[in-house]
Design a protein around this ligand. Structure first.
Ligand code: EPZ
Length: 454
């Protein structure tokens, strides 16, 4: 636990360069990290953000409501709740339990100002359309990591018998059949899109007939959503494989459902243990959700021990060797752990080649890591990371959710102080990450930047 003395170390003003201050809102929060503190202990893992957001969209399929457990405290969960409430859903939260009353949807139209802030809300298009027979959903637009198109969602809904038009940035969809129901179809996805698989699987649960989704995403979060829908009475087979079969039913019912733990949060803490050469245990986890990350850590020279069916321990080592990483759809190496692993590669001996194949602009953390003394050369979607003996603390700006996590990880290992700006990215996807890190010995805390321009 952090002592007062430690806190005093952090009391000196933060020297930020003028160029960085100009990018900050007045009194914007920053995270101050004094690096090289050894970590030890146990980290609790929260529910999976990328499951919860889809599960919340799935609750629209039934008029009987839903209870979701293991819900983390995240900005994105709050935003998804706001969007559902504008649709007429009544939500109450008690700790990590969310109760959603979906009995009285008051509109089929989600507001642009909310959807544009949290693209996963677009996944509600499928469930809203299946429940009401029509839906209006703003196009989510791109984000820092890519254009994030949704044509696979749109084409799939058209295959299910929906008329889908895009007018003035709004997707307007309605079931063409007289009874307002969608019709089962065979759908092939050009790429195994997680969101498109989830949107179409939800829509298909209430169609007439059978739907087959080929080249479907196999991520654990897709399986979790399928399990929620099945708990509500849907007939789904094959989730977790590349072909999902859905037999439409007339109605779905209430379900009390517990979300899976967050494999990306767990992976982030695994890398934090490795880069600080510490020993950290974490639970709950589903070890086989982490196979790719565990394999890469072991190749690097990190020890990973499975203590039970829901707990693992990561034991950092003295010398690490560089490895190559290529991001791929599950069960390949997850793009959501690419930035975090790149931070680790910066202090591995040799050259590691990181290829980002899923998103077109998910390497913005390279420039910030290089500010901390890393040696990374970037060409298009390939980064060559040449290991250095030590990173050095610096003021850095987060550009997206997983880049912010990578910068925190780098700061934990760097010599001296690192200040991470752009914390709104971090807060989207990590539940109390500072508290969890401080509880295992990290020296960091959130403050606002003193306007001491060097
Ligand atoms: C989900 O996003 C996750 N978000 C992302 O996590 C994750 O990185 C991504 O899946 C890949 O695993 C949520 O689940 C809320 P995709 P999603 O559709 O569904 C292209 C994080 O950090 N594509 O699988 O939007 C797309 O451009 C976030 O937690 C199309 O071309 O991802 C991308 O290149 C970031 N057309 C690729 O597919 C479409 O219609 C994979 O995207 C849809 C997608």
């Amino acid at each position: 636990m952090q002592t007062m003395t430690d806190r005093h170390d952090l009391a000196t003003p933060t020297l930020l360069e003028a160029s960085q201050m100009s990018q900050l809102e007045p009194n914007a929060p920053i995270l101050r990290i004094i690096g090289k503190a050894p970590l030890s202990g146990h980290v609790p893992i929260s529910g999976a953000k990328n499951s919860i957001l889809a599960l919340m969209a799935g609750t629209l399929l039934s008029s009987e409501g839903c209870r979701i457990r293991n819900v983390p405290y995240l900005a994105d969960v709050q935003r998804m709740g706001d969007i559902l409430e504008t649709l007429g859903v009544k939500i109450s939260r008690n700790g990590e339990v969310l109760d959603l009353d979906t009995s009285n949807l008051t509109t089929n139209s989600a507001p642009y100002e909310l959807v544009s802030k949290m693209r996963a809300s677009f996944f509600a298009l499928g469930s809203l359309l299946a429940r009401l027979g029509s839906a209006r959903m703003p196009l989510p637009g791109g984000c820092a990591i890519g254009a994030r198109p949704v044509e696979l969602h749109v084409r799939g809904l058209q295959a299910l018998g929906a008329d889908v038009q895009i007018e003035h940035g709004i997707v307007i969809a309605h079931a063409k059949s007289r009874n307002g129901r969608l019709q089962g179809a065979r759908i092939y996805l050009d790429c195994p899109s997680v969101g498109a698989t989830e949107t179409l699987m939800m829509a298909a649960t209430l169609t007439e007939g059978e739907t087959i989704i080929e080249n479907a995403a196999q991520e654990p979060e897709v399986v979790d959503l399928a399990n929620l829908c099945r708990a509500m009475g849907a007939k789904i087979r094959g989730a977790g494989t590349n072909t999902i079969f859905i037999d439409g039913v007339d109605k779905l019912h209430f379900a009390d459902f517990t979300a899976i733990p967050d494999r990306i949060e767990a992976g982030t803490f695994m890398v934090a243990a490795a880069i600080t050469r510490s020993t950290l245990s974490m639970s709950p986890v589903v070890p086989w959700h982490l196979t790719a990350a565990i394999s890469k850590l072991q190749d690097i020279g990190v020890t990973v021990r499975q203590d039970s069916d829901n707990m693992i321990t990561v034991i950092g080592g003295d010398r690490y060797r560089a490895v190559d990483i290529e991001t791929l759809p599950y069960p390949g190496f997850p793009t959501d752990m690419q930035a975090q692993f790149m931070a680790l590669l910066t202090v591995c001996e040799g050259n590691g080649v990181v290829t980002e194949t899923v998103f077109e602009n998910r390497l913005q953390h390279v420039a910030e890591l290089n500010r901390m003394g890393a040696n990374i050369r970037l060409k298009n979607n390939v980064a060559v990371v040449t290991g250095v003996p030590q990173l050095s603390g610096a003021p850095v700006m987060a550009t997206d959710l997983r880049a912010s996590a990578a910068l925190v990880i780098a700061g934990l290992a760097a010599d001296g102080e690192t200040t991470v700006m752009g914390l709104h990215h971090l807060d989207r996807g990590y539940d109390r990450i500072e508290e969890k890190l401080r509880n295992v010995g990290a020296k960091l805390y959130r403050t606002t930047a003193n306007v001491t321009v060097s």
